[in-house]
Design a protein. Structure first.
Length: 427
């Protein structure tokens, strides 16, 4: 009786655990909640920022504060120097430019820059041979195939090497690179901008350029009208520049600030205009990718400009709000005594975790094991008593079926436990 009770205990616990898992529905999460990159999501995954999203506060501060100071201390005094319509425009234009600038900043920073979804498993050779050839043969290391680090693809008749990303487990498309800050592969990767707090890629490069250029225009506007205000003071009071700055110190501060800012964002605007006209990215230019080589993406200045500003922005390859099932260890439904497995369950594979992961066994093999146990058990039930002289043959039979019953016991088969109970009773 003790042995019987001892045998039933683990199985009963295992069955209760299985029943709880069956009754318990798997919790569903959304893609952004299980995202493996370092992005920050807001509004339920509708806004996608980089990990350094806090830098936006500094950028907004550097845009808004100078405009407020200009409006309060400079433009209000310029209103009296011009007629009413012109004076109102002098105040309204920087406010509108600042609002437009901040809107572009959020559109650039809060959207998918062109992230390529990760693969759950490394690509197979046959999955990656679409119009490309591998640059190296598949090698075998420790009995397992390993992917080559690069492969060749054809772009506008030019052979381009693309690299394999071990983090995302995919061959990066041409012009794609893995951002170490966001931990994502980004299509047409340009750079990671700390002022925007986001990668700049295929889906937000246009907005980024518009943000930089509009900021340059705003800096130049404030810079010019601060000089106009100082000139008006010099003419009114017949004084030199220094005395005019003393009468309007805020104009002098804003001139210095906007001069530095105009050099920075203005130079950045000019640099990106050059990149657009030659169809390069910042990443490619800094690595001298096309020095002494033909740029396969350069289609002429007009077509390059058209591609950046007038082509359709591709749809995001990620649905961050899509629901996904959280992974749970698969389980086997407990078999009631004398009841066969359900046909629906028999088609699935089973994977048990009893302290450690066990090898998955196909349902067909599981049925074969069950039929062998039933055949052995049926032969044993034919005799109610086991003669002493038949112990040798019984022992042999036990040795033959011990592995099968042990495997069955591992899967929690009640039938396997019942046979072992009968053997213990007979002995």
């Amino acid at each position: 009786m003790q042995s019987k009770k001892h045998l039933e205990t683990p199985h009963s616990q295992h069955s209760e655990s299985n029943r709880r898992i069956i009754q318990q529905s798997r919790p569903s999460k959304r893609v952004y909640q299980v995202w493996k990159g370092r992005n920050r999501f807001f509004l339920g995954g509708r806004l996608v920022f980089g990990p350094d999203v806090k830098s936006l506060a500094i950028t907004i501060f550097l845009i808004v504060v100078p405009v407020i100071l200009f409006t309060v201390f400079v433009s209000r005094k310029l209103v009296h120097e011009f007629n009413d319509n012109v004076g109102d425009l002098i105040i309204a234009i920087p406010i509108v430019l600042a609002a437009y600038d901040i809107l572009l900043l959020f559109l650039t920073s809060g959207r998918d820059p062109g992230i390529i979804p990760r693969n759950a498993h490394p690509p197979e050779p046959e999955d990656d041979g679409e119009a490309s050839t591998l640059s190296a043969d598949w090698s075998v290391s420790h009995g397992a195939p390993t992917l080559p680090l690069t492969k060749d693809v054809i772009v506008n008749g030019v052979v381009v090497k693309v690299k394999y990303c071990h983090t995302c487990m995919l061959y990066r498309p041409p012009r794609c690179s893995h951002c170490s800050i966001c931990n994502n592969c980004v299509e047409r990767f340009d750079h990671h901008c700390p002022w925007v707090g986001q990668c700049i890629g295929k889906r937000n490069y246009r907005l980024f350029f518009m943000f930089v250029s509009s900021t340059a225009v705003l800096c130049l506007y404030v810079f010019v009208f601060c000089w106009v205000h100082l000139k008006k003071i010099m003419d009114s009071y017949h004084c030199n520049l220094w005395r005019a700055v003393v009468r309007s110190p805020m104009s002098g501060v804003l001139i210095i600030f906007t001069f530095v800012g105009a050099w920075f964002v203005g130079g950045l605007t000019a640099f990106h205009l050059y990149l657009i006209c030659t169809n390069q990215t910042t990443y490619e230019n800094f690595r001298y990718r096309y020095d002494g080589k033909m740029n396969p993406y350069n289609q002429g200045c007009f077509r390059n400009v058209w591609e950046i500003f007038f082509s359709r922005i591709p749809k995001s390859k990620n649905d961050f709000r899509a629901k996904v099932k959280e992974d749970l260890p698969p389980f086997s439904s407990s078999l009631s005594r004398g009841r066969a497995m359900s046909p629906n369950v028999s088609k699935a594979s089973f994977d048990f975790d009893m302290g450690a992961k066990r090898q998955a066994v196909a349902a067909e093999e599981f049925d074969d094991i069950q039929s062998q146990i039933e055949s052995v058990g049926g032969g044993e039930r034919c005799s109610t008593q086991l003669p002493h002289s038949s112990w040798g043959s019984r022992k042999g039979s036990w040795e033959i079926t011990s592995d099968i019953e042990a495997l069955a016991a591992e899967f929690g088969m009640e039938h396997g436990y019942s046979e072992r109970e009968k053997i213990q009773g007979i002995l």
